[in-house]
Design a protein around this ligand. Structure first.
Ligand code: NAP
Length: 259
């Protein structure tokens, strides 16, 4: 006899679970927010500038029968980040999942890069990860439970392409940061893992000059760029109890890499 499970038990997250996705308004973060909501979590969709996009994500989740709210906070701003997490604590009293997808590139050849241009991606990508993980930990340690997924890049492992020293440094730092965080957080029942995508079709990669993008794309062994949804399913898995023995891992999703 075939046992048919009720729908709720097939979702990755129990009712009442709360997830916060930084940079949830666009690209990979947007897809992550949608996937986490489909898997049963209430999702706090963080954004810095794209309010309309964030509200659209919230509306879409609502239309699909899920639950979400949009919250503006620049992840580089300590006070704004703190307020956002205070809001989560006040509204929900818990936080089960943090996904740090907020990120920027600012490509320049190193010889022409100003100090400010070097610092900008480091600030958003690394300081933003630090500030949000710190606030998340403060909630999760009380619960003695939680899962953090940071978003790095294969460029943090292989050096990326020319003109990205600032971005690559930030993405390498996210990997090291998350592994150190995993060591600290594990005794508190909190897991922290990294997803490292290759080339994914979003606004970020649409900014890359067409010729470079095309060259790169044809070298990807699976023959195409990734879709944000293909990263989101990995993030949801890592954030869920299905990955209960994974912490400090770097999961690469790059279509087989470059040939
Ligand atoms: P995207 O489409 O450009 O989206 C970037 C997101 O980050 C937006 O939601 C943006 O929100 C948010 N953001 C930027 N600065 C922020 C800040 N200071 N505070 C809060 N949110 C901020 O980029 P994406 O391709 O989805 O990239 C998402 C993450 O994946 C990044 O960390 C990126 O490094 C990583 N990644 C991307 C690729 C790829 O090929 N696309 C590959 C590897 C890794 P607002 O618009 O509201 O500012």
């Amino acid at each position: 006899m075939r046992i048919v499970k009720p729908l709720e038990t097939m979702m990755l997250f129990a009712e009442g679970s709360v997830a916060l996705v930084t940079g949830g308004s666009r690209g990979i973060g947007r897809a992550v927010a949608l996937d986490l909501a489909r898997e049963g979590a209430h999702v706090v969709v963080n954004y810095a500038r794209s309010e309309a996009d964030a509200e659209e994500v919230v509306a879409l989740i609502g239309k699909e029968g899920g639950s979400a709210t949009a919250v503006r906070a620049d992840v580089t701003d300590e006070a704004e980040v703190r307020r956002m997490f205070q809001g989560v604590r006040a509204d929900h009293g818990r936080l089960d999942v943090l996904v740090t997808s907020a990120g920027i590139t600012l490509d320049r050849y190193l010889v022409a890069m100003s100090l400010a241009q070097f610092r900008e991606p480091i600030d958003t990508n690394v300081t933003g990860t630090f500030l949000t993980c710190r606030e998340a930990l403060r909630i999760m340690q009380h619960q003695r439970r939680g899962a953090i997924v940071t978003v790095s890049s294969t460029s943090g492992l292989d050096g990326g392409f020319p003109g990205q020293t600032n971005y690559v440094a930030s993405k390498g730092a996210i990997i090291a940061f998350t592994q150190a965080l995993s060591n600290e957080a594990a005794p508190h029942g909190i897991r922290a893992n990294v997803v490292a995508p290759g080339f994914v079709s979003t606004d970020m990669t649409r900014k890359v000059p067409a010729k470079i993008r095309k060259d790169y794309e044809t070298r990807i062994r699976l023959g195409r760029m990734g879709r944000p949804e293909e990263i989101a399913t990995i993030v949801s898995f890592l954030a869920s109890d299905k990955a209960s023995y994974m912490s400090g891992a770097v999961v690469v999703a790059h279509g087989g890499g470059l040939g």
